[in-house]
Design a binder for this molecule. Structure first.
Ligand code: SF4
Length: 399
């Protein structure tokens, strides 16, 4: 079986879209995102594909962007011009940032094919650099507008796969794996441990097993509005917001297309509400990430302060913004036997007996083998209030 990082990541996002793309080999629609990304990658390949450490001029690099520019997928001429300007700005920023430290890389667009117990895992690494200490750094260019969440970077398979490829190609593990986000001009570097590589291999084997077993269920994910096969997808045929977003992205084009089936004003309205909800979800997720980060830091700070107070016998400590007092809080519970002993002779025991949710649940669990009793108890259940919770959906698993 042949796999690549993109094939595996497509399967992880949605097994059905993997099937449409890699098994059925259905054609995809032209995408300006893909054309744009490819054009920038080709220009940077030209910039670094040299024998001596003499970078070309910025004008030559921008001229090369024109030479390698792919025009497919843009909505119209002005859309394409807008992107070309953006491409020139990104390359100018990149050039200014990197020209002084320009060095000849070990390789650009380095191809690999790893044999992994019946799986051939292939790919292309954008750039392989030699570090000043002799180690190897991998650079992978990204043209995303925003940085992905940290958890995504930590769990993504691309870098562990590249780590394995470098080990195989050069006989040594890379010291640094860098994702270069060209639009926000940020580099995120990481290292991978043996454990990370083992986990990545396990995931790859699970994905391969699932593909062999033809597990191709659809899985809703944030990229559905960009899915080339949304019109074939059983999950979205009744979802006007997603379909409107897909129409806005040029992903619906047949008779079912909202672009042609709905009045223009209605489409615009749907697109507007789709953008609003997309922004709300993004902001919500961003806040959750910040809150989780703050919570974990709060825990670390609490333990630093508690330890300090403990070892110095202090009841309060100060910073420049204020003072923190430390006091012991006791968690108490009543000794039921003792309570009964005290209250029963006074005729008060009955007054404190009430239905205890925890005990009732225990009784229900105990009654699991006594179906009849469970049914009787369940008939006494009344809905008091319904509230809704939001939770962050996991990526599909390879199970
Ligand atoms: S629309 Fe979403 S769920 Fe449906 S096939 Fe495409 S990616 Fe999968």
């Amino acid at each position: 079986m042949r796999l690549s990082y993109s094939a595996i990541s497509t399967y992880q996002k949605c097994p059905l879209s993997y099937k449409f793309l890699y098994v059925d080999r259905l054609p995809t629609k032209p995408s300006h995102h893909l054309s744009f990304g490819s054009s920038i990658h080709s220009a940077l390949e030209f910039f670094y594909n040299v024998e001596v450490a003499e970078p070309c001029s910025l004008d030559r690099l921008l001229e090369e962007l024109d030479n390698v520019w792919l025009s497919e997928g843009y909505e119209n001429e002005s859309h394409e011009v807008q992107y070309k300007e953006k491409g020139r700005a990104i390359l100018t920023q990149f050039y200014n940032e990197n020209v002084l430290a320009f060095a000849v890389p070990i390789a650009v667009e380095k191809r690999f094919a790893l044999d992994m117990d019946g799986i051939t895992l292939s790919g292309i690494i954008d750039r392989v650099d030699r570090l000043s200490n002799g180690g190897i750094e991998i650079i992978d260019y990204k043209t995303n507008e925003k940085l992905p969440p940290k958890t995504k970077i930590n769990t993504d398979l691309q870098l562990p796969i590249y780590h394995m490829a470098i080990e195989e190609l050069y006989g040594t593990a890379p010291e640094k794996l860098t994702l270069y986000f060209l639009v926000p001009n940020r580099q995120i570097s990481t290292r991978k441990t043996k454990n990370d590589v083992t986990k990545a291999k396990d995931t790859i084997f699970k994905v391969a097993d699932n593909i062999r077993s033809k597990k191709f269920d659809p899985f809703k994910n944030p990229l559905c509005p960009w899915c080339d096969f949304i019109e074939l997808c059983p999950l979205h045929k009744d979802d006007p917001v997603i379909l409107a977003r897909a129409a806005a992205n040029g992903k619906t084009s047949t008779g079912k297309s909202l672009k042609t089936a709905e009045p223009k004003a209605a489409i615009e309205e749907l697109k507007k509400s789709a953008t609003e909800i997309e922004n709300a979800v993004d902001e919500y997720l961003e806040l959750i990430e910040k809150i989780n980060g703050a919570r974990s830091r709060l825990g670390e700070l609490q333990s630093i302060i508690h330890n300090y107070c403990e070892s110095n016998g202090l009841a309060s400590v100060s910073g420049t913004r204020g003072e923190l007092s430390r006091e012991a809080r006791k968690t108490t519970h009543y000794n039921i036997d003792k309570l009964r002993e005290l209250l029963e002779p006074r005729g008060l025991w009955e007054k404190v007996l009430d239905v205890n949710g925890h005990l009732l649940k225990k009784l229900l669990d105990d009654a699991s083998s006594q179906g009849e009793l469970r049914k009787i108890i369940e008939t006494a259940k009344e809905v008091e209030e319904i509230s809704y919770v939001l939770y962050v959906k996991d990526e599909p698993t390879e199970e």
